[in-house]
Ligand binder design. Structure first.
Ligand code: COA
Length: 261
C-alpha cells in the first residue's frame, strides 16, 4: 500500500478517515498533497474493507486553507494549466467515487479547500468552520472545479457573490445556503460524520454508488439523457442480489444483509 507524507489514512468499521496533514500550513494543498489525494482515493476504491470515506484536515483550525500559495506564486501559464488539470482530475475522481465521501469541515475551507469540500458528496461543518473562494484576491480564479460545482450546489447568484467578493462565510451561513449539510460543535464533528456515514453504509452499496453517479452525471446532462441514465441504472439494479435481499428483508420485517453483488 502507498505511503503518504502529507496525509493520514485510518480504517475502522469500513470507514476510512483520510486527513490532510500539513497543520503548520493550515493543510494547504501543495502538488504532492494533491497527488497523494489521488493515490489515496485509488487505494480506497480498491480496498474491500472500506465502504466510505470521511475527508478532513489535521488540527482544529483548518480543513484545508487552499492551494499552496507559495507554490502557486511561482507558476507561469503553462504550469497554471497543469496545476489546474491535476487538481481537477483528482477532485473529479472524488466526486465520482462510488464509495460515499463526507467532508468533515473542521475549520477554514478556503479556495482549493472549499473546492475539495464541494467535490465530496456531503459536507458536515463544525461551528468554527469558514468557507470561501478568495482566489480573485490573489488575481486568479478557482481552478479545481469550484466555478462549476459551487453554482450547482448553492445557485449561481450566491456562488458568484462568494467568488466575486472573496469574503468568507461562517458555518451557519454555509448551512443556510445549502453549502453545509449540517453544523455541529467541533467536539461532535467526527462522531456525527461517522454516524451519518454508517447510516449510508447500512444501505445497498451498489445502489448508493449508482445514486451518486446519477445525481452527479445527471446534473451535467440534458434532462432526457439524465432520465435515460437513471432508467438504465434502475434496471441494472434489478439484476443484483442486493435488490432481492433489500426487498425480501422488507417483506420479512428484518434488516437487510447486503453483499454488494
Ligand atoms: N498556502 C500556503 N500557505 C498557507 C496557506 C495557503 N493557502 N494558508 C495558510 N498558510 C500558511 C501561512 O503562510 C502560515 O505559514 P507560516 O507560519 O510559515 O507563515 C501558516 O499557514 C498559518 O497561517 P496564518 O496566515 O499565519 O494564520 P491566520 O490564522 O493568521 O490566518 C487564514 C488564517 C486562513 C485567514 C490565512 O492563512 C489565509 O488567508 N490563508 C490563505 C487563504 C487563501 O487565500 N486560500 C486560497 C488559495 S488559492
Amino acid at each position: 500500500m502507498p505511503e503518504y507524507s502529507n496525509l493520514t489514512l485510518e480504517v475502522q468499521d469500513r470507514i476510512a478517515v483520510l486527513s490532510v496533514n500539513r497543520p503548520d500550513k493550515l493543510n494547504a494543498l501543495n502538488e504532492q498533497t494533491i497527488r497523494e489525494l489521488g493515490q489515496a482515493f485509488e487505494e480506497i476504491a480498491g480496498r474491500d474493507d472500506v465502504g466510505g470515506v470521511i475527508l478532513t484536515g489535521v488540527g482544529e483550525k483548518a480543513f484545508v486553507a487552499g492551494a499552496d500559495i507559495a507554490e502557486l506564486s511561482k507558476m507561469g501559464p503553462v504550469d497554471g494549466i497543469e496545476v489546474s488539470r491535476l487538481g481537477q482530475q483528482v477532485f473529479r475522481r472524488i466526486e465520482l467515487s462510488r464509495k460515499p465521501v463526507i467532508a468533515a469541515v473542521n475549520g477554514f475551507a478556503l479556495g482549493g479547500g472549499c473546492e475539495l469540500a464541494l467535490a465530496c458528496h456531503l459536507r458536515i461543518a463544525s461551528e468554527n468552520a469558514q468557507f470561501g473562494l478568495p482566489e480573485v484576491k490573489l488575481g486568479i480564479i478557482p481552478g479545481y472545479g469550484g466555478t462549476l460545482r459551487l453554482p450547482r450546489i448553492v445557485g449561481k447568484g450566491r456562488a458568484l457573490e462568494l467568488m466575486l467578493t472573496a469574503q468568507f462565510i461562517k458555518a451557519d451561513e454555509a448551512y443556510r445556503i445549502g453549502l453545509a449539510n449540517r453544523v455541529v460543535p467541533q467536539a461532535e464533528l467526527m462522531d456525527t460524520a461517522r454516524k451519518t456515514l454508517s447510516t449510508i453504509l447500512a444501505n445497498g452499496p451498489i445502489a448508493v454508488g449508482l445514486a451518486i453517479e446519477c445525481a452527479t452525471r445527471g446534473m451535467e446532462m440534458s434532462v432526457d439523457d439524465g432520465l435515460a441514465l437513471e432508467s438504465n441504472l434502475f434496471g441494472l439494479l434489478a439484476a443484483t442480489s442486493d435488490m432481492r435481499e433489500g426487498m425480501q428483508a422488507f417483506l420479512e420485517k428484518r434488516k437487510a444483509e447486503f453483499t454488494g453483488r
